[in-house]
Design a protein around this ligand. Sequence first.
Ligand SMILES: [Zn+2]
Length: 305
Amino acid sequence: MKKLIYNRDQIHKGPRARFKIVNEKGVEFIEEVSLEDHNSEVTDNNLISYKGINKMPYSPADNIYDSPKVALANLDWNNSDEIILFVNTWGLLGLRNVTVYEKKTHEQRKGIPYISLFKAFGRRREPLELFKDAVKDFQTLLNYKNLWETNKDTTIKYKGSVTSIHSVIKQMLGDVIDDAKPKLTYNGNSFEISLFNNSLLGFVYLDTALDLDRGIGLKICSRENCKKYFEPNRLDNKYCSDLCTYAVRQKNKRIRDKAIKELIQEYPTILKGEIERFVKDSALKKHLSLKEIKELFYNNYKERK
Ligand SMILES: [Zn+2]
């Protein structure tokens, strides 16, 4: 797989928050805390590259640390605390370097007082609304990708006309990854081509485009009340984290125990061990509900009631 590189200006090391939301003349920004406000170390180790994860996170919330792609996929853009946590983990989206969003700021300029949108007294910043738009667009793109996976012939209404889902995906991704450039590097004894992007959003889109190219990508956790996106480290991963895997296992065990208890009472002539075996075999892999397990049992033991 091609290596992805994103040139992150500076990576913050240390526990203190580096970004906060500020308001200037009625416009909200995600802005760097001024240098006097914090004294933790700032390094200029400025490249992140991504190779995939090798261990599932402990809890659904830990997915934010796996990759900027999965963090953006799950980000609640209505929640300022989540936005600040995202930015303090991965940095600003780098929207001034993404042509489509840079253009959008010119349109949004109308009616906005003249203030610098991406820098204030040497501190980097991004308009909050533009940041939210970019998050919404990326999440919409993922929804379209899911739609396309369920039905490749889907059409949707896009920019006023009915369009096939695959051309919408192509256009949305293309708009952002057009800014990516191949970069040739020499690592001591061989050459290597990496895909370089000078914005975090571009990096995330490139990563998503490569997923499409390889036919893999983010999955949605199968646990009923989780449904978060996660980065699978194996093709058969179904849950986003150890906690979800454990919770589903516990829930299934409770259902099986209940089914066994009830069936023993309903079928006094059948041996307890036989009921236990039947329930465990039928329910183990399929995550059946109590009703489904019992129906399966009734069908199998019709004549013995
Ligand atoms: Zn989950």
